[in-house]
Design a protein around this ligand. Structure first.
Ligand code: HEC
Length: 156
């Protein structure tokens, strides 16, 4: 029997732990099945509040972008979209990020990046209907995420 065998076993076990831990951190999130068929994302009270607050900010920004487009006021469009773009976004809360499943994070990031596009399109003076179509694309993501995920109240 080779003397280094136990070392390899330890390395193999450690690697397996790292793989499982990174999967948990990046992809799995903290989830459960919910009664309405969506995936319930299990957050603490404060984390849920912060996600829902961000949601209401997104709704308000969307309303302001629609208004700016209707009034042909591109400065208003830029002012509304910037705070919800990836630039206006605060620091990443790693504890919260670990609880969000990969599909949720992807849709969330894509939404903020699409608001970057709204800002640059408005700055470049692109036609309003093009910007409107970009907003439709964003709202497809709102719809898709709401159809897939739910945020039950924490039982703590
Ligand atoms: C990455 C996923 C995701 C994206 C993208 C997303 N939402 Fe949400 N949103 C949620 C979840 C999950 C909830 C909670 C729904 C539930 O528990 O039934 C929620 C709730 C909300 C609420 C209710 C807030 C409250 O106080 O209860 C509003 C308003 C909202 N979203 C607006 C939007 C708008 C507008 C967009 C697009 C610009 C958007 N959301 C994009 C996941 C998302």
């Amino acid at each position: 029997m080779n003397k280094t065998a136990p070392l390899w076993i330890i390395i193999a076990i450690l690697s397996a732990i790292i793989v499982v831990a990174s999967y948990k951190f990046i992809a799995a999130g903290s989830t459960a099945a919910s009664e309405d068929g969506r995936t319930a994302v299990l957050l603490s009270k404060a984390e849920r509040q912060s996600v829902l607050t961000e949601m209401r900010t997104l709704l308000e920004a969307t309303q302001q972008v629609v208004k700016g487009l209707a009034e042909n006021d591109m400065n208003a469009v830029i002012a509304a979209a910037t705070p919800v773009s990836s630039k206006g976004h605060g620091t990443v809360d790693f504890k919260l990020a670990a609880k969000l499943p990969l599909g949720f994070k992807k849709l969330g990031f894509a939404t903020h990046h699409a608001f970057d596009d709204i800002v640059s399109m408005a700055q470049a003076g692109q036609p309003r209907d093009e910007i409107q179509l970009k907003l439709v694309e964003i709202m497809d993501k709102c719809v898709a995420c709401h159809a897939s995920f739910q945020l039950p109240e924490a039982k703590e």
